[in-house]
Design a protein around this ligand. Structure first.
Ligand code: ZN
Ligand code: ZN
Ligand code: ZN
Length: 357
């Protein structure tokens, strides 16, 4: 009863599924009709197993009427339909097919619920975005419910907006889908805001890290002494080489020496003395040694903080938390610390920076 297999336009000899192997020796029992009249003979069982939508059509009410055994797939080039049917048989399509029919295959995979092909097209089209095609691909991605591809398009447009807004695709979209234009502009605004926010966050982290380092250096200078300043009962070792954080230590030592000799002091409006006070206060809030701490005024400032409940207390506590967390993060990741120090070096003047509290 079996007739020899008729040649079809589909290459079904590659990687056949078990089902295909069983079925392919039967005569194709359906035809797919394309817009330009091409008829592609197909096996209903294979189509049905690859696409639930095609399965419904095949199993539909006209099932037993021979004349109805034609499935029209219209509105796309017949080459795209052939590639689509090829995928249903082999689960494969070539780069050339994606290159040539990517947008059609995406639409077909969406309409006929072939998720594997949809993924393949989404990925293929993401890598083939151009200034000319991106708006069209975006519109299609939205129609076909392909959020990953939509996002890729949005990012692409945002990064090359000046060129994209000159394209025909953009102008057409402006005229026909102003709502989408609004969404794209909104996305770009938000992306810009995210960039600004993360830049600000990096700058803040860098500042807290500088403060954290200043705290370490302050303790080190007041405990063991650095090149020119040390504890009152210890001669600063002139011959000691610069320590590992000398960039900060050097500025801090200059500041401490100024603080010891300045006639105007913080109360007289001296900004450098005021900065020193702020560093000492920050230290006293972060310091957990009780009597053994050798940083000047540490104990006095701690006592004063207990007595006074100043209105800016919360601000200081928040600052302490941020400095401590910057320190923790930096010690957790040595690599990150190196990057931060590089950015500090470029930002720094000479060791001490302009801390704004
Ligand atoms: Zn030092
Ligand atoms: Zn001063
Ligand atoms: Zn202390």
């Amino acid at each position: 009863m079996e007739e020899p297999l008729r040649a079809t336009t589909i290459s079904c000899d590659l990687h056949l599924t078990t089902l295909t192997k069983q079925t392919v020796f039967y005569e194709p029992d359906f035809e797919i009709l394309t817009s330009d009249g091409l008829r592609i003979p197909v096996h209903a069982a294979i189509l049905g197993s690859a696409s639930p939508v095609l399965e419904n059509i095949i199993e539909g009410p006209h099932k037993h009427r021979r004349s109805e055994k034609v499935i029209p797939i219209l509105g796309v080039p017949s080459g795209a339909v052939s590639s689509f049917v090829g995928f249903l048989y082999t689960s494969r399509c070539t780069e050339e097919q994606i290159e040539k029919y990517g947008i059609h295959l995406l639409a077909l995979s969406h309409v006929y619920l072939v998720s594997q092909l949809k993924q393949r097209c989404t990925k293929g089209l993401s890598g083939r975005l151009t200034i000319e095609n991106v708006v069209d691909v975006l519109q299609l991605a939205r129609l076909c419910d392909a959020p990953d591809l939509s996002l890729k398009c949005m990012k692409f447009i945002a990064s090359r907006f000046k060129a994209v807004e000159k394209t025909e695709g953009w102008k057409f979209m402006q005229d026909h889908d102003p709502w989408l234009e609004l969404q794209i502009l909104q996305f770009m605004d938000e992306a810009e805001l995210r960039r600004k926010r993360s830049r600000r966050h990096r700058e803040e982290q860098s500042l807290y890290l500088q403060l954290s380092e200043a705290m370490e250096c302050l303790e080190h200078i007041c405990t063991e002494g650095c090149t020119s300043v040390g504890p009152y009962d210890m001669e600063p070792t002139k011959c000691r080489g610069p320590c590992s954080k000398f960039g900060t230590c050097q500025g801090l030592q200059l500041l401490i020496r100024h603080f010891g000799t300045c006639k105007r002091r913080a109360s007289g409006g001296c900004l450098r003395c005021k900065r020193m006070w702020q560093l000492l206060r920050l230290h006293s809030l972060m310091c957990d040694q009780s009597d053994s701490c050798r940083v000047p005024l540490c104990r006095q400032l701690k006592l004063r903080a207990q007595v006074e409940k100043k209105s800016d207390d919360t601000r200081w506590r928040l600052l302490v938390r941020k400095v401590v967390s910057a320190r923790t993060i930096s010690s957790l990741s040595l690599h990150k610390r190196k990057r931060m120090e590089e950015s500090q070096r470029t930002m720094s003047d000479h060791g001490m920076r302009n801390f704004k509290l």
